[in-house]
Design a protein around this ligand. Sequence first.
Ligand code: FAD
Length: 298
Amino acid sequence: MYPHAFRYHRAASLEEAASMIAELGEDAKLLAGGQSLIPLMKLRLSSPSHLVDLNFVPGVSYIHRANGDLRLGAMARHADLAASAAVRAIPLLHDCAAGIADVQVRNRGTIGGSLAEADPSGDWGAALLALPAEVRCVGPAGERSISISDFFLDAYTTALAPGEVVREILVHVPQGAAGGAYVAFKRCAPVYATASVATQLTMNDRATCREAHIVLGCVGLTAIRARTAEDELAGKELNSQTIARAAEAAMAAADPQPDMRGSVGYKRTLVGSLTRRALEAALRRSQGGAVQGGHIYA
Ligand SMILES: Cc1cc2nc3c(=O)[nH]c(=O)nc-3n(C[C@H](O)[C@H](O)[C@H](O)COP(=O)(O)OP(=O)(O)OC[C@H]3O[C@@H](n4cnc5c(N)ncnc54)[C@H](O)[C@@H]3O)c2cc1C
């Protein structure tokens, strides 16, 4: 189906995009990779009267390290993130980027658009919630930074105020003996995952965990931080028993809905198995091992 008619505007800067959106009102939408917005428009589930295109704004697709942080411009595409050596240095982010949809979607879709969309099945939200990260945005009231843990309010709802545009995502690079992994289960490449788990471990030594972050994706209205599962690991030796207890707690924390991807019971079982896999991969990575993470296809 063709979308309803709309007026097209090309922004020259994020500040201009923010003021255009503020001026054009509620009927205006930003266009980034178009990989969520355009399908919705074609199905006429979204019919904005104005599109403000971010694709001609210079200097907003960067990916670089600065002062112990990884800075990701909002218009960085999933494929560029997957190919970046700076992103590969945080393996959980590389796992995430490399498995989003298929090559066409990865070549167009952006990290800023993905976070702003706040799809409960989106990969970036779950992955970034396992790390200390901030979303920096620009809007009518100037610039501000939102902690990733405060960014997602509900399904398709973020803490962005009307007219605010995501400028960049800032990730504090894990230091010391740390390892992470993002594992997602998908029926095939061009679809969203059935369930996903992001883990980031900070270790005291090779076996004892100082701090664990475990985040569950696609099994709630937003990604879920599995805090009881994390408590099963903090201060303890990581072995098959402690990992199994964390996986049990993660299953209990999941809040899945039955849908075409599976029943509640199936998704909970999947969360348990993905949590084990993700923790094992994160542990081996924290010990310097090269382990394959990422998406698993049915
Ligand atoms: C077939 C298919 C399969 C997919 N599978 C997956 C998957 O497995 N995992 C996954 O995570 N995603 C998946 N996606 C979605 C994809 O990752 C999108 O790229 C992403 O959700 C939206 O990013 P975008 O850059 O395309 O944003 P757009 O579609 O252009 O915009 C999405 C929304 O965000 C707003 N927006 C965009 N940029 C900004 C900004 N800088 N600041 C504020 N608001 C902004 C827009 O106004 C719009 O409301 C899939 C998409 C398709 C079509």
